[in-house]
Design a protein around this ligand. Structure first.
Ligand code: GLU
Length: 485
């Protein structure tokens, strides 16, 4: 049987890493086996609908490279692929009525006041009222009269009060719950729309989905879904519930602020491939301890049986490291295109060779915003302390540095070739004549031209970018500073 998976997002805002992980795993499970990956938009909860959220879904899948084989924009014969459009076909009502006929569901006409008076239970931190099956005892005449009178109603699942229901999850194994614990959840709301709880079952079945992958917040509802499959006499799909994603403090990753949404991560300077690679490892690990994978490689390696049940930590330090690796490996042209806005912001109005500076930082940054702090000295020499000239290993101090700077200044003044190479040759000659170590000379010069302890390049590379006038100005300033110390 061909594997068919689906990504079924609700257009309620940004694409959170948890959602993207579901999409990625669904995609990988299907593609690993040559199956189909489908996109279904679950927009039946009109209250949570956010304008523009559907576009974010398309944009993200496209950017990340999760190409769907079927979806609203790509008919595969199982449409419509948008739930609100499916409502119009009458499919949910048809199946809900089938359940009513089988005694597996019933009309409920209880009003708000009555529902509010019901016993409540706290489930996963939310207070929900437990329906007492009041309307199950209505006679068919009463129901017909209520319907004829246009009384608002919902349709509820009729769960048995005795016995138990077992369902199988590919990772968690068999899970059994007492039926008495299953509330008679609403299948069709009073506005005629299906609830997610009902629609996901009808859709997954009628769209021939073989594997359902979703966050484990759905684990506790799954027995009710399995009860629906049983009631219809349908075969349930394989379930893969994914572990929780937590922050470094092992708390559920907050969605607020959007900093852990896909777009939020892009804004923070992460690159798409690194985000995908990182998300792939949020709960899944390959054999061996390799960590860097392209999407193609993930398709080859992805065995969903290796998904872990323990919470996955969203480790920003690891993501930053991974991003740095992707930046190092990136083609220079693409890197420059991405780095240029950050360089321009850090060095406004400067007429410097940004390509040269970009090449210096490419292997040194983890995320693009790291650039600013690394290159700002090119624009303006920072105030620095003379103590920076002292370096034990290089055997430099204020005195030796002053001597070196004073000796190299005339060499640089008469130098015409301000290329890195040309400058370097001059210094090598000087080092040779002086009979000292390279660092003894390079350290003070680099300090003078950068005013920094850490720079993305050596003294002569920096001077090449700064040019003659600015380089000389900075060396003279170093001399003055040391003389006054
Ligand atoms: N619409 C649901 C959500 O976005 C989908 C859950 C599922 O994959 O079944 O959370």
């Amino acid at each position: 049987m061909k594997i068919r998976t689906r990504f079924a997002p609700s257009p309620t805002g940004k694409m959170h890493v948890g959602n993207l992980r579901s999409a990625l795993y669904e995609f990988l499970i299907a593609k690993h086996e040559g199956g189909d990956f489908m996109l279904r938009i679950e927009d039946t909860d009109q209250e949570r609908f956010v304008e523009g959220a559907t576009e974010i879904i398309y944009r993200t899948l496209d950017k990340v490279g999760l190409k769907h084989d079927e979806g609203p924009d790509k008919d595969g014969g199982y449409g419509p692929y948008v739930q609100s459009e499916r409502v119009g076909t009458g499919i949910y009502m048809k199946y809900a009525k089938e359940l009513i006929d089988k005694g597996e569901a019933y009309y409920c006409f209880c009003d708000k006041e009555r529902l509010a008076s019901l016993k409540t239970e706290v489930v996963e931190g939310k207070e929900i009222s437990v329906y007492d099956k009041h309307c199950l005892s209505l006679s068919s005449e009463e129901i017909a009269a209520n319907l004829a009178a246009g009384k608002p109603y919902v349709i509820r699942q009729n769960n048995p009060v005795e016995g138990s229901t077992t369902f199988h999850d590919e990772l968690y194994g068999d899970i059994t719950v007492e039926n008495a614990q299953l509330d008679d959840m609403i299948l069709i709301k009073s506005d005629g729309y299906p609830t997610y709880n009902f629609a996901n079952v009808v859709d997954d079945h009628t769209m021939s989905i073989t594997h359902v992958v979703r966050g484990n917040e759905y684990l506790s509802s799954s027995p009710k879904y399995v009860r629906l499959y049983e009631a219809f006499g349908w075969e349930p799909p394989k379930y893969v519930h994914l572990p929780l994603v937590t922050d470094e403090n092992h708390k559920k990753l907050a969605k607020r602020g959007g900093s852990t949404s896909f777009e939020g991560l892009l804004e923070q300077g992460f690159v798409t491939e690194a985000i995908v690679n990182f998300i792939a490892l949020l709960g899944w690990s390959p054999e061996g301890n390799r960590e860097l994978f392209t999407l193609e490689e993930l398709i080859r390696e992805f065995d969903y049986h290796r998904i872990s049940k323990s919470p996955a930590v969203f480790d920003l330090v690891k993501l930053r490291w991974m991003n740095g690796e992707y930046i190092k490996a990136m083609e220079f042209e693409r890197f420059f295109e991405m780095a240029e806005p950050y360089l321009k912001e850090a060095l406004p109005g400067e007429r410097l060779d940004l390509k040269k500076i970009a090449a210096m930082v490419k292997t040194r940054i983890e995320v693009f915003p790291d650039i600013a702090e690394m290159v700002d000295f090119f624009g303006e020499l920072p105030e620095y302390d003379v103590s920076m000239y002292t370096h034990k290993k290089m055997k430099t101090d204020g005195k030796s540095s002053l001597e070196v700077l004073k000796e190299v200044l005339p060499l640089f003044e008469s130098q015409e070739d301000y290329s890195n190479d040309g400058l370097y040759q001059t210094l090598l000659k000087y080092v040779e004549e002086k009979g000292c170590k390279n660092g003894y000379v390079m350290w003070p010069i680099r300090t003078a031209v950068s005013g920094k302890q850490m720079t993305p390049a050596g003294a002569t590379e920096i001077m090449e970018v700064l040019g003659k006038d600015e380089s000389l100005k900075r060396i003279r300033k170093g001399i003055a500073l040391l003389e006054n110390a």
